[in-house]
Each structure stands twice: as structure tokens, then as C-alpha cells.
Design a protein around this ligand. Structure first.
Ligand code: FAD
Length: 289
């Protein structure tokens, strides 16, 4: 099933994101994550594509996406990056995904990793979107940034490029994580004004520790609302309390976003099905309203 078809059914879409096991872990370790996630009935599960493009990890993206379709019977979305593939290798990947029953791809530029080197056949995500559209019958999604992409000079040009990505064939967007719902809702309004009319899912990352929030903020530049700064100051050095407060914060964000009528919630699970389950259980009625 194409992901765009999941929207407009009178309830928000709820999806989860996982990453392939690290190089030194067996691919089977992902079963534990997926066994936990299947019980919360996500509408689809997306699988990241190793940053900078290390071959083994990238291959496991495809294997896992195919397994999600075949073993768990859940729609899967495989991530693919410009920096991590060539025109030639992308065609092999599309073939593998198609043979494995995967119908959806999140087309990304990726980040340049000086230790690995980047491919340059595709410079921006919209180039990859056009290419995939020409070379297969896939549902194509793209990334978007409620606070602007860190390399963008301003939000206006970022949204202009986002519109190009949609015009190139992206039929669904997933947002970068954010902690202030007003940032997302403002962004949504700007997208609609710019004529971007595809479903836009809100990316939610539960913050479970002081270290993880600091890492996230430095990686993606998400701003920290005062409410979250207070939580960090009070509970940051108390792991269990921080975890509880972080999960409560994510639940609060989700229920507010759904009340505001967003198209869907994309949960960055960090391969932690217990946390995903706790969040999903707390919003089970909210999800179906
Ligand atoms: P683009 O859409 O190409 O945008 C990148 C920058 O270029 C922006 O500043 C944009 O304004 C500008 N731009 C866009 N198009 C043009 C154009 N035609 N001409 C000039 N400028 C342009 N990374 C991974 O390596 N693996 C993953 O699995 C992964 N999953 C992700 C999932 C989500 C939901 C998100 C939000 C990000 C993910 N990333 C992943 C990170 C992503 O690759 C980086 O954020 C990257 O820096 C930008 O990717 P993009 O697809 O948004 O790029």
C-alpha cells in the first residue's frame, strides 16, 4: 500500500521509525524491536539508511523493510539518500525493494560524512525524488523541517525547495523532530500557503536522557522550549525521573498535535519498543478520535 493512501480516513496516521542494527550486531536483533512494535499497530514503519552510506548497513535497510512487509504485514518505508547511492546502485535498490514488496521510499539528501565520502549523482532530495518517480512505481516521501533546515538561509527558501520536492513527486512529508508544537503548526500553515498540499506528519522524539536531548539538539538544531529546559534542569541527573518526564512530554505533544488536527504522528522510536508502547497505550483513544 502507498503511504499517501493511509491519509484522509478520518483519523491521524501513526507511524514509527527504526534504524538497522549497528555493524557489529546481527540483523536478527531487529526482530525484538519489530515484535514489540507490531503490537501497537503502526500504520507503517520506516527504516533509516546509514548516514554517509556504509554498504552493509544500507543493505540491511532494504532487508529489514522487506521483512516488515513480508513477515509483519505492515507497510514499510525504506529511506534512501543521495549521498549514499549512485544512479546505478539506486536502480538495484529499487529492484530489491520492489521484489520484496516494499512500495514506499523516503528520498533524502543525507548528510556528508567526511569519513565515508559522498556520491554526487543526485545533489538534492528533489533530484532523487524525480529519479525514483521515473524508475518505478513507488510512493515517494520527503523530509521537512519545521524550524528550517540547518543549512537554509531562511525558512522562505527552505519552503520553496520543499515545494520543488513535492512538485517532483513526493506525495507525503515527514518532519524533523521538534519540541515546540507552535513551531510545527506555524510551519504547516506556511506550507499550505505555499501550495504544499500533501499530508505532513509531525516527527516526535521522546527525550529519555539528558545526553540524548543534548545530542539531538546539537545534531538537528531543534530549539528547546522553556518547559523542556525546566524538565532537564530538574530531572536531568535522575535517569528514571528524566525518562518518565520525557515520555510524558512526548505524550503531551502528541495529544495537542492531534487536537490541532495534524495529518499524522511519526514516532522516532530509537528501536525502543517499550517506550513506543507506553506512548501508544497512552494515546490509544486519542488516536482513534
Ligand atoms: P534536501 O531536501 O535536499 O534539502 C537540503 C538543503 O538543501 C536544505 O537546506 C534545502 O533548503 C536545500 N535545497 C533543497 N533542494 C534544493 C535545490 N534544488 N537547490 C538548492 N538548495 C536546495 N539522513 C540519513 O543519512 N539517513 C536517514 O535515514 C535519514 N532519515 C531522515 C528522516 C527524516 C524524517 C528527516 C527529517 C531527516 C532524515 N535524515 C536522514 C537526515 C537528512 O538526510 C538531513 O537532514 C539532510 O541534511 C537533508 O536531507 P533532505 O532530504 O531534507 O535534503
Amino acid at each position: 500500500m502507498k503511504i499517501a493512501e493511509l491519509f484522509g480516513r478520518g483519523r491521524p496516521v501513526f507511524s514509527c521509525e527504526i534504524f538497522p542494527p549497528k555493524k557489529d550486531s546481527p540483523i536478527d536483533s531487529i526482530y525484538q524491536t519489530l515484535d514489540g512494535l507490531k503490537d501497537i499497530r503502526p500504520d507503517f514503519i520506516s527504516v533509516t539508511y546509514g548516514a554517509g552510506g556504509s554498504g552493509a548497513v544500507n543493505q540491511s535497510t532494504q532487508e529489514i523493510a522487506c521483512m516488515i512487509e513480508q513477515k509483519y504485514h505492515i507497510p514499510a518505508m525504506a529511506h534512501l539518500t543521495c549521498v549514499g547511492c549512485t544512479k546505478e546502485s539506486s536502480l538495484e535498490i529499487l529492484e530489491t525493494l520492489k521484489a520484496g514488496g516494499v512500495e514506499n521510499i523516503l528520498a533524502l539528501r543525507g548528510d556528508h560524512n567526511p569519513n565515508v565520502g559522498s556520491h554526487t549523482d543526485f545533489l538534492h532530495a528533489n533530484d532523487l525524488v524525480s529519479w525514483i518517480r521515473e524508475h518505478g512505481d513507488f510512493g515517494i516521501s520527503g523530509a521537512c523541517y519545521p524550524e528550517g533546515h540547518p543549512e537554509s538561509p531562511d525558512i522562505v527558501s527552505d519552503i520553496r525547495y520543499l515545494k520543488q520536492k513535492v512538485d517532483a513527486g513526493a506525495t507525503h512529508l515527514v518532519s524533523q523532530l521538534f519540541f515546540d508544537n507552535d513551531d510545527f503548526l506555524r510551519f504547516l500553515e506556511r506550507c499550505r500557503l505555499a501550495g504544499i498540499d500533501v499530508p505532513i506528519e509531525a516527527g516526535i522524539m521522546p527525550v529519555l536522557s539528558k545526553a540524548s536531548i543534548q545530542r539531538m539538539v546539537s545534531m538537528c538544531g531543534a530549539s528547546m522550549p522553556r518547559k523542556l529546559t525546566r524538565i532537564l534542569a530538574r530531572y536531568g541527573d535522575h535517569p528514571q525521573a528524566m525518562r518518565e518526564a520525557g515520555i510524558a512530554y512526548a505524550i503531551d505533544q502528541i495529544s495537542d498535535l492531534i487536537a490541532a488536527g495534524v495529518d499524522g504522528i511519526h514516532l522516532y522510536t530509537m528501536n525502543n519498543p517499550q517506550v513506543a508502547r507506553q506512548i501508544s497505550d497512552s494515546i490509544s483513544a486519542i488516536r482513534s478520535v
